[in-house]
Design a protein around this ligand. Structure first.
Ligand code: ADP
Ligand code: MG
Length: 540
């Protein structure tokens, strides 16, 4: 090539690795598939949990796809792209992460077969794009309206909790989720919005899951500063202060020389007067609860206690903001500005012992567009997994509340889509038809995996499922408890439409992105093949 003695020109740094063409493609596909395989066994009600141990020896036990992938230390760039699928799914829909990842793995696996049959990757990509578009347009037709019906939302929450450790108390947890979402959901110019930031979650180890509660107000992980203060206050008038209740420190280091004992006494009296003045201002405002973001000095605590003011110090900034929202209080910086108008209201402020520590419950807030949930569980690992399950469940309820549309689960809708896409493929023809058919088959990975994880024979079950749909049973899905297929609408297995839509969308986009790569240039010296070959040395 470089004739006439011309030296080759290097445009890449020394040590740069490069894989091209088919081998780049198959490496990427293998890596992506390995990631998908690693979470497959957790899918569905009969999915198993994983125990993840990090380099520090910390243990996480979870069934949550996104968490598993987050905790795994993955290096391969294509594998990382699959993890992005889970992240996107989690961010937009709170659920369906495992499904999205498993689906993108299956799309890639099916495209490998097509590549072997000499179908060009760009044709596969085009076919996949058409198929996804069609599938998503068909989804609407399968939608069931929630009609603002709590019973439907409860079933959505219960479906999300199935198979998690919180599954045993599904109805109980689902009820908390639905009440929380109903409390914070707002309709703004016709747009329905749930800001999950308005649902504050505190977890406490100890007790049982059933000790979890929803509070129509704010829960603070704080106790009152002085035992002499009342433990509870009814008809609370709450002052929120974000400056310290203490003698102001001077900016410069000053030394005061005292030559006479009287001088010391008057100096101390001066300090005491100042503190007393601050407390008087709080009293004068009419506040009987003070929540301070900064410190409160001992003398001030003493006076506040004598005045019967329930006081908390060093509250978190986020808690101050939540309190302001829930109680209607203004956060005041300068004590001189504090007046009755700045105070917020709550029916009751109370300190209660929860597990080992004391917490403060601010309940009965007039504008409780902000609520708190206290989650309990026997051990740290249990509470952590309950928290993750709760986040999923409250998330899907919020999505269903916002969109008002749900689908039947258990692979029922995907089986229906798969069938419809096969018919659609015939109208396209050519090699793209093959890609659309491959896409249609890939969708069946969800019911197939649900069956496998439930210990059912995947082939027999899929055949039964196809037959049910051919017979017009459009809600037929996998019966993971008794085998065979069952009507998912009758079984109340419901999930938000957005979860399925997003899963199809991001799985397709990622599969396409990975398929389009035919050249991997790596400067870090990341080995592209390590650990992801078909030789099974990638373990979970
Ligand atoms: P993901 O991370 O994708 O949400 P899950 O482990 O939560 O994974 O499993 C979700 C799948 O399980 C969905 O396809 C859902 O329809 C299905 N599923 C949930 N409950 C049932 C049930 N009772 N019977 C059959 N399938 C169910
Ligand atoms: Mg789920």
């Amino acid at each position: 090539m470089y004739g006439n003695g011309q030296a080759p020109i290097f445009i890449l740094k020394e040590g740069t690795q490069r894989t091209r063409g088919r081998s780049a493609q198959s490496n990427n596909i293998a890596a992506a598939k390995a990631v998908a395989d690693s979470v497959r066994s957790t899918l569905g009600p009969k999915g198993m949990d994983k125990m993840l141990v990090d380099s520090m020896g910390d243990v996480v036990i979870t069934n949550d796809g996104a968490t598993i992938l987050k905790e795994m230390d993955i290096e391969h760039p294509a594998a990382k792209m699959i993890i992005e699928v889970a992240k996107t799914q989690e961010q937009h829909c709170y659920d369906g992460t495992t499904s999205a990842v498993v689906l993108s793995g299956e799309l890639l696996k099916r495209s490998e077969d097509l590549i072997e049959q000499n179908v060009h990757p760009t044709v596969i990509c085009e076919g996949f794009r058409l198929a996804a578009e069609k599938a998503i347009s068909l989804l609407e037709g399968h939608g069931i309206s929630t009609n603002d019906n709590d019973a439907v939302l409860l079933e959505v929450a219960k479906t999300a909790l199935t198979g998690k450790s919180a599954g045993a108390v599904k109805a109980f947890m689902a009820d908390i989720c639905v009440r929380a979402v109903n409390a914070v959901g707002v309709v703004d110019e016709g747009e329905r919005i749930v800001d999950l930031g308005d649902i504050k979650v505190e977890k406490r180890q100890g007790g049982s899951i059933k000790d979890s509660t929803l509070i129509d107000g704010i829960l603070l992980d704080k106790e009152r500063v002085h035992a002499g203060m009342p433990r509870s206050i009814n008809d609370a008038r709450i002052a929120l202060i974000n400056s310290a209740v203490e003698v102001k420190k001077t900016e410069v280091d000053a030394k005061i020389q005292i030559t006479d004992p009287n001088q010391l006494a008057s100096f101390l009296a001066e300090e005491e007067n100042y503190i007393r003045g601050l407390v008087d201002k709080i009293k004068a405002s009419g506040a009987n609860v003070l929540i301070c973001q900064k410190g409160i000095d001992e003398l001030a605590q003493h006076y506040l206690s004598k005045a019967g003011v329930f006081t908390i110090r060093r509250a978190k900034k986020s808690d101050m903001e939540a309190l302001s929202k829930a109680t209607g209080a203004q956060i005041v910086t300068n004590m001189d500005d504090l007046s009755a108008e700045d105070l917020g209201h709550a029916a009751r402020v109370e300190e209660r012992k929860i597990g080992e520590s004391d917490m403060t419950f601010v309940t009965g807030c007039p504008e409780a567009k902000s609520v708190s949930v206290l989650l309990r569980g026997g051990t740290e690992h249990v509470v952590d997994e309950i928290r993750r399950a709760f986040d999923d469940a409250v998330g899907v309820v919020s999505v269903a509340w916002e969109d008002g549309a749900v689908l039947t689960g258990g692979g029922s809708v995907l089986a229906a889509l798969s069938r419809d896409l096969r018919t659609y493929a015939e109208t396209i023809g050519g090699r793209e038809q093959m890609a659309i058919e491959a896409f249609a088959s890939a969708l069946e990975i969800i019911p197939r995996t649900l069956a496998e994880n439930a210990g059912l024979d995947p082939v027999t079950t899929l055949i039964a499922l196809r037959k049910a749909h051919a017979d017009g049973e459009s809600h037929a899905g996998i019966n993971v408890y008794e085998g065979g297929v069952v009507d998912m609408k009758d079984g109340n297995v419901l999930e938000p439409l957005r979860v399925v839509e997003q899963a199809i969308q991001s799985a397709t986009e990622t599969a396409i992105m990975i398929l389009r790569i035919d050249d991997v240039i790596s400067s870090k010296g990341v080995s592209m093949a390590d650990g992801f070959g078909g030789d099974g040395d990638f373990h979970m």
